[in-house]
Design a binder for this molecule. Structure first.
Ligand SMILES: *[C@@H]1O[C@H](CO)[C@@H](O)[C@H](O)[C@H]1NC(C)=O
Ligand SMILES: *[C@@H]1O[C@H](CO)[C@@H](O)[C@H](O)[C@H]1NC(C)=O
Ligand SMILES: *[C@@H]1O[C@H](CO)[C@@H](O)[C@H](O)[C@H]1NC(C)=O
Ligand SMILES: *[C@@H]1O[C@H](CO)[C@@H](O)[C@H](O)[C@H]1NC(C)=O
Ligand SMILES: *[C@@H]1O[C@H](CO)[C@@H](O)[C@H](O)[C@H]1NC(C)=O
Ligand SMILES: *[C@@H]1O[C@H](CO)[C@@H](O)[C@H](O)[C@H]1NC(C)=O
Length: 818
């Protein structure tokens, strides 16, 4: 820990020194080739820092993000300034460039010029989070001094150039999140390959379309720490040499098409995370008993031979999460597993585990969830201390509907309210303009530098643990030299790849915004990985959002350089005065618009711009979902996930990362409610819980979306059941369905507070679960019964509308007829 801090401090000192080193301006004449190359690069960009003037000297010390040495440009760093345009070939003429960082400029597109390959001094190349496309130029293989290359989160296509094998000093290679295809090049007698990269510590190739086998890629003389190959199409066996790279701490090969047996990994004693899930691996489960530092292991969804639970289940005391779903496990779940002191999550669903589940006695205090869905467990003994999730449904222990009611047989979906930075200390509710955020350090409003931090192999599972996330906050403000407390975390969630995503907001120490040089520094600290989060977060990537003060509301603004404006001013004072008036008017209009927006949308701050506020709804056990989360669990709301549609919008099915199936009701633009109504509705729905009502799990209110997330009821609507398998529904079953629906409605009418009239009961609004239990749906948009009316229910409520004459007569409830 201390060593890490020292290392960190040295790096920061060096960086600050480098940033300051060009101050003695004018001592050197900038090389004319560099000046003309830079001008030519600038000519294809708009929105570069305003300190870059059309006539000045780039090495005079005033240009943000540019550093020189002896009149030569050595550093070009323009991270996160919202550059627009393409990268000119001329960049290749900046022949003394050591560091090129263009990261987090999402409007920077086009191909990466091959001429970068002539920058023989280059040590750092970062273009993460831009929109570069086309192939990765093979000429990058000429950069023999390169040690850090991050091309992740762009739109690169084509293959990984074999010439990368020549980058003998490369330590960091991040190609994640592109659309790369083909196999990973491996050296032959005549061509180089990535197996030659013995200095490399990081191979981050996740989320591409890479294929082919991995044979020959690994060797014991490599220094890899992180191998992230997940979500590709690799096939063939896991090469046995991987087991000899004993520096490895994270190995993710999940979601590929790997086959064969898992090789001997006895020597990987430093491994913290092993994820081999979602492949076609065979043979016996690997023996992990030597991995004494193993925190997270996932071997789910392979084709391992049938076995009892492995010995290491009870001996690896560092285990935090174990998943072997669909692992052909038989026998009993060992009681000792639950006593492992760090254990948070166990997923052993879809196996043939049998006998009695013994979770009595002393179980891990940290245990959050145990999923044993679909096994052959016959009984359970669970200590009364354990109040967290345990899923036993689809086990003989749960039997048929008659036995339901066992607490773990039809568990309520577990409600997780993930961590977010508290704003409790701010006395007044957040009333910042919509583009600003409330700074947790002083409750003031400012333009936050924000972005998405993605932890690709976190060593923990509990998203609610404030200690963990407060450690992250503290390390961010300390290491990034911000004011204490000036960090906000929100939207913490697992995405569909099992990565933890966190929205991070960093606030300026003074004033309301960062200036260009500060933004460039932050981008470099995060993009170049100088900043290291606490160890349990594992490897991360960071992609900044467009920084609002640098965005270009009207494209024309950037057409005038500072110099040009000076020229105009000199030419005509009248024009200047006119411009000032126009400016003031525009400013007033903008303020007025913002005020109007705030009035129309009292909790705008709370959903759309990730701010906590007093305006947040009062929720009972309902969680907030980010748009991305719902987007990813419905494959971007693809048609194949659609399960219904109506005037309100469409309904999609989806599976949350924790495996819970949900139905997502997405309002279409015409049928959105006002924010107060939406808030009201979720507050109301979150209070209604009954076994015959479809319950609300959460909601999404951001990016101009209103979505309600309900529990998924697997049996379909009553109408479908009557149509498709009407004869199966004998009168006894129909009666049970009727009674169930009636109980649900009675609860709404009589016990819900305030009472709710459904108003639209019909066979498509009654859903059936696997056991034919009726669950009434769609009471969301119902009317509330005012208190005064409650006493006169018999006259006010004539009954629910019967709109479905074919099938629904049996549900016509008419209170006044009672
Ligand atoms: C990549 O290209 C696709 C379309 O080809 C586009 O939808 C997507 O936004 C692009 N991604 C980036 C990061 O530019
Ligand atoms: C790594 O080891 C392999 C054989 O084990 C050898 O062929 C190769 O030359 C070694 N590479 C380096 C850079 O030492
Ligand atoms: C795995 O390798 C270790 C040492 O390299 C060896 O002791 C052990 O017997 C091997 N295990 C198997 C199952 O081959
Ligand atoms: C295993 O496969 C199932 C079905 O394809 C999927 O829902 C589940 O998420 C997978 N499990 C893991 C751990 O990826
Ligand atoms: C339960 O475990 C804790 C920590 O492992 C230990 O301190 C405590 O004494 C144990 N209690 C019993 C009853 O064994
Ligand atoms: C940007 O901010 C830094 C630190 O707050 C300050 O030293 C620097 O002078 C500012 N740059 C400009 C161009 O205002």
């Amino acid at each position: 820990m201390e060593a890490r801090k020292r290392w960190w401090a040295t790096r920061l000192a060096i960086l600050l020194l480098v940033l300051a080193s060009n101050v003695p301006a004018g001592l050197c004449d900038t090389n004319p080739q560099d000046v003309s190359a830079l001008r030519s690069v600038m000519s294809q960009w708009t929105n570069y820092p305003s300190t870059w003037t059309s006539s000045g000297d780039p090495c005079d010390g005033s240009w943000d993000g540019i550093q020189c040495s002896n009149g030569r440009i050595t550093v070009l760093m323009v991270s996160g300034v919202n550059l627009q345009g393409t990268l000119s070939d001329s960049v290749g003429q900046l022949s003394q460039l050591v560091s090129l960082d263009l990261s987090f400029n999402p409007h920077l597109s086009g191909p990466l010029p091959a001429s970068i390959g002539s920058l023989a001094q280059l040590e750092t190349l970062i273009v993460a989070g831009c929109s570069f496309n086309g192939g990765i130029p093979k000429e990058l293989g000429n950069l023999l001094k390169l040690s850090f290359m991050a091309l992740n989160s762009n739109n690169f296509t084509g293959t990984i150039p074999a010439s990368f094998g020549l980058l003998s000093r490369l330590e960091w290679l991040d190609l994640a999140n592109n659309q790369l295809t083909g196999s990973v090049p491996i050296s032959t007698g005549t061509t180089p390959g990535l197996n030659m990269l013995t200095a490399a510590q990081h191979f981050h190739f996740n989320k591409n379309k890479l294929s082919g086998t991995l044979t020959g890629l690994f060797d014991s003389n490599m220094s890899l720490i992180h191998i992230l190959f997940d979500s590709n199409q690799f096939s063939g066996p896991i090469p046995s040499e991987i087991g000899s790279i004993n520096s490895l701490t994270v190995l993710r090969l999940d979601s590929n098409k790997l086959t064969g047996a898992v090789p001997n990994m006895t020597n990987l004693v430093k491994l913290n995370e092993l994820n081999l899930a979602n492949n076609q691996l065979t043979g016996s489960l690997p023996d992990l008993s030597s991995m004494s530092m193993l925190n997270v292991v996932d071997l789910s969804n392979n084709s391992f031979t049938s076995s009892v639970t492995p010995n290491w289940f009870t001996t690896l005391t560092s285990l935090i999460a174990v998943s072997i779903s669909s692992g052909n496990l038989i026998g009993e779940v060992p009681k000792a597993l639950f006593t492992l002191p760090q254990l948070q999550e166990v997923v052993l669903s879809k196996n043939l585990l049998s006998g009695k589940l013994d979770m009595s006695g002393n179980i891990s205090q940290k245990l959050q969830s145990v999923d044993l869905d679909t096994n052959s467990i016959t009984s359970a003994d669970v200590t009364t201390d354990y109040k967290k999730a345990l899923v036993l449904r689809n086990n003989p222990a749960c039997g048929y509907e008659s036995l339901l009611g066992g607490p773990f047989c039809s568990p309520k979906p577990q409600i997780v309210i993930p961590y977010r930075t508290s704003m409790d200390k701010c006395a007044s509710a957040n009333s910042c303009p919509s583009t600003q955020n409330q700074n947790p350090a002083n409750c003031g409003c400012a333009y936050a530098y924000s972005g998405k931090m993605v932890f690709r192999a976190p060593f923990f599972k509990d998203l609610t643990d404030s200690d963990t996330f407060q450690q992250l906050e503290t390390s961010l403000w300390t290491d990034l030299k911000l004011r204490s407390g000036a960090v906000g975390l929100s939207k913490v969630h697992f995405d569909s790849n099992g990565y933890i995503q966190v929205q991070v907001e960093l606030f300026p120490s003074s004033g309301t915004s960062f200036n260009h040089s500060e933004v460039i520094l932050l981008g470099s600290l995060l993009g170049r990985q100088y900043y290291k989060p606490p160890a349990k977060f594992g490897p991360y990537s960071f992609i900044a959002d467009v920084y609002i003060p640098f965005s270009v509301p009207d494209a024309k603004k950037t057409k005038f350089s500072t110099g040009a404006i000076a020229g105009i001013a000199a030419g005509g004072g009248v024009l200047v005065i006119a411009l000032i008036f126009v400016g003031l008017f525009a400013l007033r209009q903008k303020r007025r618009n913002q005020e109007l927006k705030v009035q129309a949308n009292p909790f705008a701050s709370w959903g759309t711009t990730q701010k906590d506020s007093g305006g947040a709804p009062q929720l009972k056990g309902t969680r907030f979902f980010s748009f991305e989360e719902l987007q990813s669990c419905t494959d971007n709301f693809s048609d194949s996930y659609e399960i219904g549609a109506g005037g309100y919008g469409k309904v999609y099915k989806g599976t949350l990362v924790d495996g819970i199936r949900v139905a997502i009701k997405r309002a279409q633009s015409g049928s959105m409610q006002g924010a107060p109504e939406f808030k009201n509705e979720i507050e109301l729905l979150s209070r209604v819980h009954h076994r015959n009502l479809v319950s609300l799990i959460g909601f999404c209110f951001e990016q101009r979306e209103q979505m309600l997330v309900y529990e998924f009821v697997a049996g379909g609507t009553l109408r479908e059941n009557l149509v498709v398998r009407g004869s199966y529904l004998d009168w006894k079953k129909r009666l049970r369905i009727t009674l169930g629906s009636a109980r649900g409605l009675a609860y709404l009418h009589e016990l819900a507070d305030p009472p709710i009239i459904h108003g639209d009961i019909k066979s498509t609004n009654i859903l059936l679960d696997e056991n034919l239990k009726a669950k009434v749906a769609d009471f969301g948009l119902s009317k509330l019964m005012g208190d005064t009316e409650k006493g006169h229910v018999s006259t006010q409520v004539k009954g629910t509308l019967v709109t479905d004459h074919n099938h629904c007569y049996i549900f016509h409830l008419d209170r006044s007829a009672n």
